[in-house]
Write a protein of this length. Structure first.
Length: 163
């Protein structure tokens, strides 16, 4: 049920709560773009919190620390992908840039978000020590993805220079 709540909150937050301004500005490589992306992620996370609250009401509670950690993992990974350039750099490195630029960007974005909801749900439902360990692993993986994205852009630049 926790994954279902995160998924439901994601859909509402990403499509109904997100403003047109947020959708068009969040990927800009400016301070405004970063602020708008953070505001979008905040409203998305609020939608997920509401969905999780419904689970608590219907099935009983879960620990607030684990809930905060799981939501933080989801929010951080969502922010990372929604900056757009990060996900595009990863697509470059993995040989998916053609797919990314030919209409695949929203699909890769959605797959990224769905993939990260599983560890977020596991963190929320875990005991404290495993939740902390999984949160740390998620942070390491996100930092690795960020470095791989940078490598992807470096490779793209080198390819352009060679052409």
């Amino acid at each position: 049920m926790i994954y279902a709540a995160l998924l439901s909150g994601h859909w509402v937050g990403d499509h109904w709560a997100q403003t047109d301004h947020q959708a068009t500005t969040k990927g800009e490589r400016t301070r405004t773009g970063r602020q708008v992306c953070a505001a979008h992620v905040a409203t998305l996370t609020l939608c997920q919190m509401v969905a999780l609250a419904l689970v608590v009401v219907s099935e009983g509670g879960f620990a607030p620390v684990q809930a905060a950690l799981g939501l933080a993992v989801n929010a951080a990974t969502h922010y990372w992908a929604d900056r757009r350039r990060t996900l595009e750099g990863l697509a470059h490195l993995l040989g998916k840039h053609g797919y990314y630029t030919r209409g695949g960007a929203p699909h890769l974005d959605l797959a990224w978000h769905m993939g990260w909801m599983l560890p977020a749900a596991l963190i929320i439902s875990a005991d404290l020590v495993p939740a902390l360990a999984l949160s740390g692993l998620c942070l390491v993986l996100l930092l690795l993805a960020d470095q791989l994205s940078r490598l992807g852009w470096n490779e793209a630049r080198r390819s352009t220079v060679r052409s």
